[in-house]
Design a protein around this ligand. Structure first.
Ligand code: ZN
Length: 251
């Protein structure tokens, strides 16, 4: 029963995060404020009230339409919120937290997981929509990574490996300033993610991503569309799946 309640809580947090990520994907490339400005309907510009903002439920409650102008809300939003809810529920449950005897280290690890899941979701969304990485998102990921490494240091983890990662990451940030490119952004993003998810998950993610891109190439070979893939987006989706299930697998 407790596990069920916990699952519901994780799911609700996940849908809220998903809702925030959808908003961030839309606003960050437009250089709009993501925390202080109220949400509005993209069609009639009417400001949304609190009830309109509850993820998933508002969509069902309003019948998939804007309350004010009755224009259908894109189904993409509810799908992303639901997926986010499920991802976070599976991720949270993998920690097998005992409500009466909670380990604070587990809670902090879940908190970091939440933040990283958001970063991956936002990166995926922006890359699928615009085929690029946003500087602000990478900078945010850098800050989170520094905080995470400080936390590991406090826990007494051997930092040798992390210091090497960090030097390479700083090098990438300098390179990106000199010669900005999608590839450099992608490598920087992967290195930052590596600090949190570890080498095994990263290795698996890279292999599956390469496989997915190869497969996409084979499928796309017949129709000669522009050959530009949202590699960061594909990578992020696989990264999310691997991160969510990594505590269950024994590899
Ligand atoms: Zn509207």
């Amino acid at each position: 029963m407790l596990k069920f309640i916990l699952a519901i809580i994780y799911f609700i947090i996940g849908t809220l995060l998903g809702s925030f990520c959808t908003l961030a994907v839309y606003r960050i490339p437009l250089k709009e404020d993501i925390t202080h400005k109220r949400s509005f309907c993209p069609n009639c510009n009417h400001k949304l009230n609190f009830l309109d903002l509850i993820p998933v439920w508002s969509y069902i409650f309003l019948g998939g339409k804007c309350r004010y102008c009755k224009k259908p809300i894109r189904a993409r939003y509810i799908i992303l919120e639901l997926l986010s809810g499920i991802a976070f529920m599976v991720f949270g449950l993998s920690f097998d937290i005992d409500l009466y005897n909670t380990q604070i280290t587990d809670l902090i690890f879940i908190l970091f997981g939440m933040i990283y899941l958001c970063v991956f979701e936002i990166t995926a969304g922006i890359d699928f929509e615009n085929k690029k990485f946003e500087k602000g998102v990478l900078n945010f990921e850098l800050i989170i990574t520094i905080i995470y490494m400080l936390y590991l240091c406090i826990l007494g983890v051997n930092m040798y490996r992390y210091i090497i990662y960090f030097i390479i990451i700083l090098g990438m940030f300098i390179f990106r300033r000199i010669k900005p490119s999608y590839t450099l952004d992608l490598i920087t993003y992967l290195l930052l993610a590596l600090v949190y998810i570890g080498t095994k998950t990263m290795f698996l993610t890279i292999i599956v991503t390469l496989f997915a891109i190869a497969l996409k190439n084979i499928i796309d070979i017949s129709n000669k569309q522009e050959k530009k893939y949202a590699i960061g987006g594909i990578f992020s989706v696989i990264l999310i799946i691997n991160l969510v299930i990594q505590n269950y697998s024994l590899i």
